[in-house]
Design a binder for this molecule. Sequence first.
Ligand code: FAD
Ligand code: NAG
Ligand code: NAG
Length: 537
Amino acid sequence: MEKSYALLFLSVIVLLLPVSNSLATSSRDSIYDTFLHCFQTHTNQPDHVSNIVYAQTNASYASVLKAFLRNARFSTPSTQKPLLIVTPLSEQQVQATVVCAKSIDVQLKIRSGGHDFEGVSYVSQVPFIILDMFNFQDVTVDVQNEIAVIQAGASLGQVYYRIWEKSKVHGFPAGACPTVGVGGHLSGGGYGNMIRKYGLTVDHVVDAKIVDVKGRILTKETMGEDLFWAIRGGGGASFGVILSYTVKLVPVPEKVTVFQVVKTLEQNATDLVVQWQQVAPHTDDRIFLRLVLQPVRSNLVKGQKTIRASVEALFLGGADELVTLLGKEFPLLGLKKELCHEMRWIDSVIWWANYNDGSSVNALLDRNHYSVHSNKRKSDYVQTPISKDGFNWIWKKIIELGNVVLVFNPYGGKMNEVPSYATPFPHRAGNLYKIQYTVSWQERGAAIEKSSLAQIRMLHSYMTPFVSKNPRSAYFNYRDLDIGINSHDKDNYQDGQVYGIKYFNKNFERLVKVKTTVDPENFFWNEQSIPTYPSKA
Ligand SMILES: Cc1cc2nc3c(=O)[nH]c(=O)nc-3n(C[C@H](O)[C@H](O)[C@H](O)COP(=O)(O)OP(=O)(O)OC[C@H]3O[C@@H](n4cnc5c(N)ncnc54)[C@H](O)[C@@H]3O)c2cc1C
Ligand SMILES: *[C@@H]1O[C@H](CO)[C@@H](O)[C@H](O)[C@H]1NC(C)=O
Ligand SMILES: *[C@@H]1O[C@H](CO)[C@@H](O)[C@H](O)[C@H]1NC(C)=O
């Protein structure tokens, strides 16, 4: 086996040198032929495999590329496109894709739901192949044992739907956006509106199936404790291809409660936000109170801007109990029972997804329920409450800038109980809430992109005094290439340390150790992958 790879490798390296962004057409064709030949050799269905390997000249190449592209910022004529897209139908074909991409020494990008904020799953600055996992969508729910096996290409909406089909009193604590993919979400941490009750998504992973750099299929038992630890928050793409995760379901009540309360500065939103900081990270862990802050036109003073503060809530219980609880703890919210909506957990998923178009539960199965626009996001952690003066200053900056929206996601509850080293995700006890920064735009063009990016970067910089320091932490699944990137030397450990410590704090070193053991040649690399230790040579 090893020997035939070596031969193949030798024969194609001639075709590939020098590897540049503008590979000549003949060389591109050779890559298709060489890859296909390798792929056929490594699969049992040689006649049909050409149907799952798309060269740039294939009629469906563009639509396959676009199908799971979720940020228009990375869909321009100048965006680098993959040499090939491979869409396996079987585990064996995933194994062959890894082996063959490695044998021709071309970068492999793995895509599941395509929601990466920086397009890391489908864009690159060097020649690359996309391994698209969208055909792996099975979700097998075993209510008796309260577990589910969820394939990497499934969407969170599919996961929620399949659980609900089998049980009305089980749920799963993962992201609010139903089209997000399992492969990226779970391997990068994952959280949703049950984070205070149940912690992170990866806290509920009990097994996994992965294809490693040698093309072997490994499970928890065969991959070892370290690798199993790493792929629960350290990002799958540094370690191999995730085929599936086995997860533990969590109980949800038959009735939950949601509400939204909105106030502007004229309605004392600042006091509300100050009190939110005292309540949201500390209250009953069945309560999740997300806070969304954005600049809007004032209704009261013509021509003036104000801040709109919106509290969006999920309570794992009934409205009466919630109104009583928050009446005591959060009086400035002024919650009335009329504002509360009691519903089934699955309907709260629809509510949180903002599917406010009368969508039924079936909408959760629709992977195209997504309006693609351009955006950029960043993240921060707040560890000490921001003062009222601090907020007044922040409001001024948000209004000046004009287009950046902040979302505060409270932590506390279960997040305080899980040690920061239990999974690669380190931001546990001591963090009051996470900030997500978003700037979005519809129009095309370099000017709007430039000014939008400048805005979000400026606000992030203004926030420096209020957020975590040494390191200034960030959430790995809110990918942000501003905080550090692999230089062209993919094996540069120093580069990896820059973003690695922000995302993983003290867990970074263990991730590097695992990486160096399981993928010493650093085949599974990308703009922000875990580096290997510098070699001694
Ligand atoms: C609209 C929207 C809402 C979001 N809401 C939340 C939220 O509520 N909570 C939250 O925690 N996050 C949220 N996110 C962030 C989301 O969790 C991450 O972007 C996640 O990585 C997306 O997974 P994906 O499979 O869709 O992405 P992809 O773009 O396919 O992949 C993301 C990364 O994971 C790698 N990867 C993907 N599949 C595999 C695989 N099978 N094996 C190995 N590596 C793989 C990719 O190579 C890439 O590096 C949201 C993102 C968006 C766009
Ligand atoms: C791509 O094009 C080749 C050559 O025309 C064809 O044989 C193959 O089936 C096509 N593959 C797909 C996935 O459409
Ligand atoms: C805002 O707060 C002030 C001072 O506490 C109070 O007098 C006023 O009634 C409040 N306004 C609203 C709309 O609640």
